[in-house]
Each structure stands twice: as C-alpha cells, then as structure tokens.
Design a protein around this ligand. Structure first.
Ligand code: AN7
Length: 396
C-alpha cells in the first residue's frame, strides 16, 4: 500500500525507522494507483477514520473519535479583516483539545501494530497530552519530556492525569527533542514526535476534511512550530490532487511567532533550509521552537503552492485570540490565534486577494492555557454577596 521513503536521497526503509542513514526524514508514499479509495467527499460522517483507505495502518485503530471538527464561517472576521470568505477549523474540539489527536490515533495504532510496549515524545505540551491519552486508551506506557516551566498548565495536567511519566528538562523544546530521540534509540521506545512518519499521516486528514466540507480553498493558514502540521496538510491535499479527486491546491501559509521564526527567515531569503534560532521566545509556548525538524518538508509545501510564511508579534497573537473568542465564540490558545493574526497582517499589507476563500486552522483549545488568559484579561472582580454590590459592578 505504501513505501517509507527518505525525502532527501529516496532510499526506502521498513516501518521501524523514522530517519534515513543520510539524516533525511522519511515520508509515507502511498501507491496511489493500487489504492481503492472507498470514501466520497460528500460532507457526510466526517472523522479521521472515514479516510482509512488513505491511512497506512493494518489493524483496527486506537481511536477516541478524533477529527470531524467544526469548520465555521467567520463573518465577523471577514468584515474585520476585509476578506470575502474566511472559515475557521476548530481543532481545539478534538478529544484532547488539539489537532495532535489526528496524528496520535494513527501513531499509537502503529505502535501497537509494531508490538511496542511504550511510546515517548518531547513536547511543548499538546503532543504530550494527546500521546498520554492515546497510550492510556491502548494500555501502553508513555514517557514525556517537557521544557520545564514553559508548558501551559492544562497540557501538563492532561499528561499527568492520563498516566504518562512526565519529565521536565532544564532546556527548551529543541533540547528535549534531541534527548528523547537519543533515548528512544537506546531504549527501544517508540518515538511519537512528528519525525515519526506515521503521525503526519493522521494529520493530513485536516486537508481531507476541508475538501470534504467546502472543496479546495484558495489558501490554508496555520501556525507553524515544529512544522509537522503544515507539511501534513499539504501532503493531504497533494494526495487528493494526484488521485484526481480535487483539481487545485491551496496556498499553504505558515505563521510563526516573531521570536521563534526560522522558517519565516528561510522563506524571506528563498532558502530551502533553516538556520536554527538559539533561544526561541513567545507567549505562544506551543510554537516556542527554534529548530523545527520538518522545516524541509514545510518549505517545500510553501514553495510548491505559491504560499507564504509570515511572522506575528505576541501582541498581535493575543489580539487575535481575543477577537476570535469575543467576536466569533471560538476559544483557542495563543499559538492557534497566530493563524488569524497572520491572516490579518497579510490582508492589511495587501498580500492576499480579498476575493480568496481562506481556511484558518486553529490548533488548540482555549482551556489549554488558562494562565495566559488571566494574565491578559485579569482576574474577575470579587464583591460582597449582595444584589447592590453586583449591580454596582454591572453598571460600572
Ligand atoms: C496549539 O506539542 O510541537 O508546526 O510538542 O501545540 O506541527 O509543530 C505543538 C505544536 C501549533 C505547531 N499549534 O504545530 C508539541 C508541539 C499548537 C501546537 C503547533 C503546536 P507544528
């Protein structure tokens, strides 16, 4: 059904590998002319596993009913930003509250298929929350490395409660990933970061779901950290295109935080490789990543679709988070709001056609990061337990 191929040298590997001897990432290449696609893009029964005929697993999936997230038309955003048609895909409504569940249902299923007893990851938070949840469902052990003090509270809470062994390291995400890759190699743990080629296979279903519901938009805008998701969504559209199911590709548009923007910098100079950022920093801790492992795949996705990369400041991120929450009723964490902040910036600068149909992917739920909310909105007012005191505040 598929081959596992190095994106740099083309060498093929078996399912046990994540990287090639040459250091290149591996990618699942489906044998599209052999595959019998057994779904129709009819907008019905949308879930990750509707698209099973394009997912490289052989056993019954470990599933918590992921995918099928709402794609909202955002009319107030349209007015505010000055673009004709904007949709927001709310990935925060997945079982663990982020898009990572799409990758984990496939990744943990693959772990079981390969007979693994334990899985591991480094994470800025959401990957660990999701992995812990699916490992719990599958009944295997989970080990998680986090940058200590830099992960939003809701995500740590999830990893802990779902029973993962959670280890904070005195370093950033890039350090954690380097260490966990080595530990997995030594200890035979199954690595579930997005260097694992099966995770993006699950995440590509975001593209399938968008196409299923509204066809191919002109542009897909999303936040970029380790750059797995933008690569995965591109791959999803690409497969539909190569199968002749769709006849156009959306412009892949990646938004990074100003303080963690190696992909944006590479894009600005039209490079196909990044220069890592040493000390990444942003309020959007989910994308506080300086050395994205999927950079090569992501840049290819952007260049190949005539897309762009852009940066936004922490202030712009929070403003977009508030706008989504207060005007559209869509509660997301800061990293997710980067997509909307980026769209607004591109529109303001005349860098996108106002007639475009645009999908913003918002990647994680508001509840993930309550501490940032309290910082930017303040604590609620507390008064005496009386009608008078309450009315006084209401009228002020
Ligand atoms: C809400 O959990 O990297 O560009 O370790 O949690 O595919 O990395 C999270 C990333 C965007 C960026 N939005 O996606 C992790 C982790 C949210 C995220 C991203 C993340 P990629």
């Amino acid at each position: 059904m598929y081959r596992l191929t190095c994106i740099e040298c083309g060498r093929e590997w078996d399912d046990e590998h994540y990287t090639c001897e040459c250091g290149g990432l591996l990618e699942v290449r489906l044998n599209l002319d052999e595959i019998e696609v057994d779904f129709r893009l009819d907008g019905q029964n949308i879930t990750v596993w509707k698209y099973r005929s394009l997912l490289p697993v052989k056993i019954n999936p470990v599933t918590l009913r992921e995918g099928g997230t709402p794609l909202y038309r955002a009319e107030k955003l349209e007015k505010e930003i000055g673009v004709r048609r904007v949709y927001v895909k709310h990935e925060g409504l997945n079982p663990s509250g982020s898009f990572k569940d799409r990758g984990m249902t496939v990744g943990v299923t693959k772990a079981i298929e390969l007979g693994k007893k334990a899985v591991a990851c480094a994470s800025t938070g959401n990957t660990s929350a999701s992995m812990a949840m699916y490992a719990a469902k599958a009944g295997i052990n989970a080990y998680v490395l986090l940058p200590a003090g830099k992960v939003a509270l809701g995500k740590v809470a999830q990893a802990l409660m779902h029973g993962a062994k959670v280890i904070g390291i005195k370093g950033n995400f890039d350090d954690a990933l380097r260490i966990v890759r080595e530990v997995c190699g030594k200890e035979g743990l199954y690595l579930l970061n997005s260097v694992n080629p099966f995770r993006p296979e699950g995440q590509k279903t975001i593209a399938f779901e968008i196409a299923d519901e509204i066809g191919v938009p002109d542009r897909v805008v999303l936040p970029v950290g380790n750059a797995g998701n933008i690569s995965a969504i591109y791959k999803g559209f690409r497969e539909l295109y190569e199968l002749g199911i769709i006849d156009a590709m959306p412009k892949m548009t990646g938004i990074q935080a100003e303080g963690a923007a190696p992909i944006y910098r590479a894009f600005k100079e039209r490079r196909d490789y990044i220069e890592p950022v040493e000390n990444p920093e942003t309020v959007a801790t989910a994308i506080r990543i300086g050395n994205p492992v999927n950079a090569r795949k992501a840049l290819r996705a952007i260049y190949d679709t005539d897309g762009v990369a852009e940066i936004v400041s922490d202030g712009e991120i929070i403003e977009a988070q508030k706008l989504l929450a207060a005007k559209e009723g869509i509660g997301v964490e800061p990293a997710s709001a980067a997509s909307v902040a980026g769209l607004r910036k591109l529109a303001d600068r005349g860098m996108i056609d106002p007639d475009e149909t645009i999908v913003c992917v918002v990647t994680g739920n508001l509840l993930k990061d309550p501490e940032t909310v309290v910082k930017v909105c303040g604590e609620p007012v507390t008064v005496e337990a009386s009608v008078e005191a309450v009315l006084e505040v209401m009228k002020s």
